[in-house]
Design a protein around this ligand. Structure first.
Ligand code: ADP
Ligand code: MG
Length: 490
């Protein structure tokens, strides 16, 4: 029996690798000839259909909200005023935005391909709810991997004859996240209204998630052979990039860039010197369409989750109906601005009620948050009270655990024990993709759909797959009026 299970496990791993779900193997430093399979879960993850549908339904409102913020520079300035005094990274982004604003935009079209992330939420007595974790403006990857994982799960269920129960209207939804991204890139290219140009994918020399970038490039080539894509390392981009007489963005002197698609640039570590800020500014100054443009990038910072924390405030950018539906997914937030009464009250809450809280800086992409009992000491260690202003405080989401298994590349097959025989409980995070394109007055495209499901062990705070914290899963939706959620979750 154990032997059979081990063989099954080996086959699942090889099926995963064969389907293109691979990352560079970090244990082989500077050697790109080694890959490992992407961590995936053994089974799809359950979610009540009404919650999945709700997250899908509000995604266009979330993109609309980001657009509203991105266009409203006075609102960005006032909301971030305290953050900008102490957070150098956010200040550098803000300065790039203000410089091009003063000079006048060379390109009226602005855009963002985003992903809103959610955790399921246990409530005291009522049914499961869903809570927004964050919205990513650049760190919105994994769109091809999650489609492939859904495909692998479908095939595995077919291969091993695993049937969904008839009662409960279980469904494995199709995942079109890759299409949202590729359609968006194609539409952006067409908005540039010139032939024989390129899409520039800004990435890094050795990206562990290279297969995702390659999959986007190949899919694009297949659907639109007229669009060429170049991938360039952000750090060295300044060496080959220039502006033409009409602010055309040129690579290697002759390739005119229609669209700049950022897969990097969301973390201070990506800016190894002032040169990368100059690169960012040059791109913003150019006629190329940026995805995201710097104001859209800023609209994703976490401070806006705190500033726009209820439906009334959201009505600045959304209709009352849209605002109510979006606000239904919100957690409680507190400001930590050092100079305001609200921020001082937030600080008291952080010290007193830290157990059920998360402290977050204005970043995306993982590895930045402080949790629970670490919060008071962390805040007390800040050199000046003003330093607190760069953070927001968020209620901790109590997510339910599903019975499921990780298949990590580091899992060793042992003769006496297989990972498949161990009980396992995982917490899953749902992401929904959106793509919005607009000029000064009109929204040219607002599309949403697809999903990313990532599953991690309970108690693991971070949710990144490439960073080794989580595995990619897929979805099974069910009707929670028919199926009792407590039979699927712990
Ligand atoms: P980042 O921008 O660094 O990805 P996130 O806000 O997404 O920051 O947080 C990282 C991870 O921490 C998430 O993927 C989620 O697993 C966990 N997390 C974030 N906020 C909360 C919260 N309020 N409650 C519970 N877990 C959270
Ligand atoms: Mg995140």
């Amino acid at each position: 029996m154990e032997n059979d299970t081990n063989q099954t496990q080996t086959r699942i791993i090889s099926d995963t690798v064969c389907s293109g779900l691979v990352l560079l193997d970090k244990s082989h430093k500077d050697d790109d000839n080694h890959v490992v399979h992407l961590p995936i879960t053994l089974f799809p993850s359950p979610i009540p259909r009404r919650l999945y549908s709700h997250c899908q339904q509000i995604q266009q409102s979330i993109s609309k909200l980001m657009l509203g913020i991105a266009r409203d520079i006075p609102f960005i300035s006032s909301s971030l005023s305290e953050v900008l005094k102490v957070d150098e990274f956010t200040k550098s982004m803000f300065d790039v935005m203000m410089t091009v604003e003063r000079e006048g935009l060379a390109q009226p079209v602005i855009s963002c391909i985003n992903r809103a992330d959610y955790l399921l939420n246990k409530t005291e007595a009522g049914p499961l709810g869903v809570r927004q974790v964050e919205v990513n403006a650049i760190a919105s990857g994994m769109s091809t991997h999650c489609c492939r994982t859904e495909h692998v799960h479908r095939l595995l269920m077919q291969k091993y004859d695993i049937k969904l129960p008839a009662a409960g209207c279980y469904e494995v939804p199709q995942n079109n996240s890759k299409t949202i991204k590729i359609d968006g890139l194609m539409e952006l290219y067409d908005c540039y209204k010139k032939h024989n140009c390129y899409i520039l994918m800004v990435t890094e020399e050795r990206n562990f998630n290279f297969s995702e970038h390659a999959a986007i490039e190949f899919e694009l080539l297949e659907r639109r052979p007229d669009i060429k894509l170049v991938r360039k390392d952000f750090v060295d981009l300044h060496l080959c990039m220039s502006l033409g007489p009409n602010k055309e963005l040129l690579i290697d002197d002759s390739k005119e860039i229609a669209v700049v698609y950022y897969r990097i640039g969301y973390d201070p570590s990506h800016y190894t010197s002032e040169l990368q800020w100059q690169t960012r500014l040059k791109i913003e100054r150019s006629r190329a369409i940026k995805c995201p443009s710097i104001n859209f990038h800023l609209s994703g910072v976490k401070k806006f989750q705190q500033v726009l924390n209820d439906s009334e405030k959201l009505e600045k950018f959304l209709t009352p109906l849209e605002a109510t539906a979006v606000a239904e997914t919100f957690c409680k937030f507190w400001s930590l601005d050092a100079d305001t009464d609200e921020g001082k009250r937030g600080y008291q809450v952080a010290i007193r009620d830290h157990k059920r809280l998360v402290l977050k800086p204005q970043r995306e992409g993982g590895g930045n948050n402080i949790y629970g009992s670490d919060i008071p000491l962390y805040l007390e260690r800040q050199v000046k009270p003003e330093d607190r202003s760069q953070y927001i405080l968020m209620e901790y989401i109590d997510a339910p655990k599903e019975l499921n298994w990780h298949i990590f590349p580091t899992d060793k097959l042992k003769s006496d024990q297989s990972i498949l025989l161990n009980d396992s409980a995982l917490v899953s995070e749902l992401g929904i993709y959106g793509c919005i394109i607009a000029n000064e007055t009109t929204t040219l495209c607002n599309r949403s759909g697809g999903y990313l499901m990532r599953s991690k062990k309970p108690g693991v705070h971070e949710g990144g797959v490439a960073a080794g914290h989580a595995a990619v899963s897929s979805l099974i939706t069910y009707d929670d009026e028919v199926v009792d959620s407590s039979t699927l979750f712990i």
